[in-house]
Design a protein around this ligand. Structure first.
Ligand SMILES: NC(=O)c1ccc[n+]([C@@H]2O[C@H](COP(=O)([O-])OP(=O)(O)OC[C@H]3O[C@@H](n4cnc5c(N)ncnc54)[C@H](OP(=O)(O)O)[C@@H]3O)[C@@H](O)[C@H]2O)c1
Length: 257
């Protein structure tokens, strides 16, 4: 079993640790010492070891997971020296492969995109470039999507942002129901339940386009069709598309977040 060293114990990497332990990963997990209280709590709850320094972590781990914010990466790089060919899996959104390799010379760099659902092994796990070690290590956190080129990986980062945006759409739909008089819990159950119906149907019909599945419901004369007509006259997709463009543009122009 390979050992995993986590550089940057924060919101996302904490969820990675929970998900890995939940999936049965019983190899050593080493944590960087910064953010000591959080690292100690995680170590106690999930059988990890807090290392005395970032370099001690690098020396003792076979695979490294980079989970700092982008603006901390340059400083971190001055604190550590990696083993030649050591795996460095970067979670840092927008930090491109060329910069990663220049910042950590000699490392075998892989980019990874995850969501908070990693903690219960339901994340989309995007990997670039294809790498068996990374896929074996982080695949248990959810559903693997392996990218052959970096532009595709940046598009996957835009898709990861959609995950965050969906909450706001669902909130708005929930509160339309609440404003009309439904209790909050019931409104939430209805919105999430109908979304789950949609996802389950789409997953069980991979041969049919999402649009075709919708059209099969919004047949002429139905209530669904009446509402769809309104949506088509005020297309929300234009706004969503604009949000995607802003993020994709920022990723391609290397605007750090
Ligand atoms: N959050 C998400 O949903 C999400 C999704 C996809 C990708 N990402 C990427 O994941 C990365 C982390 O995001 P996050 O939200 O988890 O950030 P976060 O909660 O701020 O965690 C980053 C951690 O790194 C620590 N750190 C900073 N410099 C360090 C150093 N030199 N040595 C060791 N640790 C150091 C920070 O400590 P201090 O607090 O002391 O600075 C903090 O504990 C980001 O690059 C982001 O792009 C996040």
């Amino acid at each position: 079993m390979q050992s995993l060293g986590i550089l940057g114990v924060g919101e996302l990497t904490e969820k990675v640790v929970r998900g890995l332990r939940g999936s049965g990963f019983d190899g050593p997990i080493l944590l960087s010492p910064r953010n000591a209280e959080r690292a100690q709590t995680l170590a106690a709850d999930y059988a990890c070891e807090v290392m005395p320094s970032n370099q001690a972590l690098v020396d003792n781990a076979s695979i490294l997971l980079l989970g700092t914010r982008p603006d901390s990466v340059a400083q971190l790089a001055t604190e550590i020296s990696l083993k030649p060919g050591q795996h460095l899996l970067s979670l840092v959104a927008g930090l491109d492969m060329q910069t990663l390799r220049a910042t950590f010379p000699g490392a075998l760099c892989v980019r990874v995109m995850l969501s908070y659902a990693a903690q219960f092994n339901e994340s989309t796990v995007v990997v670039y470039p294809p790498d068996k070690t990374t896929q074996a290590c982080l695949g248990p956190l959810g559903t693997l999507v392996v990218m052959e080129n970096e532009a595709a990986f940046e598009l996957a980062t835009v898709a990861a942002c959609m995950n965050g945006w969906f909450y706001f759409l669902l909130h708005d739909l929930q509160y339309w129901l609440v404003d009309k008089g439904l209790p909050i819990d019931q409104a939430r159950t209805l919105v999430l339940g109908n979304l789950e119906d949609c996802v389950a149907t789409a997953r069980t019909h991979p041969d049919q386009s999402l649009k075709a599945l919708g059209q099969a419901i919004a047949t002429p004369g139905t209530f669904t069709a009446a509402g769809l007509e309104v949506l088509n006259h005020q297309p929300g997709s234009a706004t969503w598309g604009a949000a995607c463009e802003v993020v994709f543009d920022a990723l391609l122009n290397r605007v750090p977040r």
